[in-house]
Ligand binder design. Structure first.
Ligand SMILES: C[S@@+](CC[C@H](N)C(=O)[O-])C[C@H]1O[C@@H](n2cnc3c(N)ncnc32)[C@H](O)[C@@H]1O
Length: 315
């Protein structure tokens, strides 16, 4: 297939995707945009049919069950691999890139399957998003907690952006906090790794007053069993909560492109019902939802980055 990359993601496109203005995309994010290759072409015709076919075949053959007991071992093994590679490389940050970010694949963008020119398009796009998100929303918080922090992939850029802030990363498998603590030591960053299972929250792990909390692709892993975590949060005096998660309710299932993503989401058993639950809590006057924005960007099978920002209401 001829690769005529005739389009390029512009600052305007990023602003639209994040649900903000062009002026809101700051210098640091523009630097990442400038340094990355965001050229792509839209997949059309027979090639598009082939993508649909491969997605349908994947739907039939995929056997992954989110939240199943064997998944715990898989996460432990996965982060342990990143840990060993990180140590062996003498502390290369590139070794923290989670292996579920797959290079060289068609991906979903603005309602189309696209073929990027750059094999790391998904990673680089996420880096721009993360840069914008952290700059805009975490500036005024001294304590920031990521739950389900994995390899510390988000925490390192966060700590580099704000070296004076206290950053906490927890996860339910030990290799993750171990890796996070090794990184913190190696680069002298103010990040602290902790073991914490969001389905069985340890209430002795306290969130400091006025903190920000975030999750990235982790609520999805709770197989819809998110209520214990929400109740845990409500027992703590945090001020802001940000999720970047696949939200099945945001797809338009009357469109084949979205229907397939929703099917994939449900087939694996990623979390459902989080957004409706937050809307219910808002109706009850317990929280205020500040932003809901589907990015219209994702991997081949689904979109993992819908942004939800909410805060508890002071009663
Ligand atoms: C898709 S990864 C995302 C990791 C990281 N947030 C990132 O953006 O790179 C999902 C993470 O959720 C963690 N996880 C799964 N179930 C969990 C649970 N019950 N409690 C806490 N973390 C969990 C996994 O170990 C993994 O690190």
């Amino acid at each position: 297939m001829e690769n005529n990359f005739d389009r390029e993601v512009s600052v305007e496109d990023f602003a639209e995707s994040f649900g903000t203005t062009v002026e809101d995309i700051g210098q640091e994010c523009r630097e990442i945009i400038k340094q990355s290759d965001f050229k792509y072409r839209i997949i059309k015709g027979k090639e598009r049919d082939d993508v649909f076919l491969s997605v349908l075949k994947k739907l039939e053959t995929d056997r992954q069950v989110i939240g199943a007991p064997e998944r715990t071992d898989q996460w432990e093994k996965g982060w342990n691999e990143n840990l060993q590679e990180f140590l062996k490389s003498g502390g290369e940050i590139g070794k923290l890139i989670p292996k579920f970010i797959r290079p060289n694949q068609p991906i979903r963008f603005m309602g189309e399957y696209i073929m990027p020119s750059n094999s790391n398009f998904e990673h680089d796009y996420f880096s721009v998003f993360r840069c914008w998100l952290f700059t805009k929303y975490f500036k005024d918080f001294n304590d920031i907690y990521e739950f389900g922090a994995g390899s510390g992939f988000n925490l390192v850029p966060l700590a580099k952006m704000y070296p004076e802030k206290n950053i906490y990363g927890s996860d339910f498998v030990p290799s993750s906090p171990e890796l996070i603590n090794q990184i913190a030591k190696k680069f002298n960053l103010k990040i602290e790794g902790m073991l914490f299972d969001m389905r069985h929250p340890d209430e002795s792990y306290k969130i400091k007053p006025g903190s920000a909390v975030f999750t990235a692709g982790t609520m999805e892993q709770l197989a819809s069993d998110f209520e214990p975590f929400l109740q845990y949060l409500f027992k703590n005096p945090f001020s802001l909560c940000i999720h970047s998660e696949p939200i099945v309710e945001e797809y338009d299932e009357n469109i084949l492109f979205d229907y397939l993503a929703a099917r994939f989401h449900r087939k694996r058993g990623y979390t459902e019902g989080l957004l409706p639950r937050l809307k219910e809590l808002e109706k009850e006057g317990k929280i205020e939802i500040l932003k809901i924005k589907r990015l219209f960007f994702g991997s081949l099978f689904m979109e993992g980055f819908t942004l939800i920002i909410w805060q508890p209401k002071k009663i």
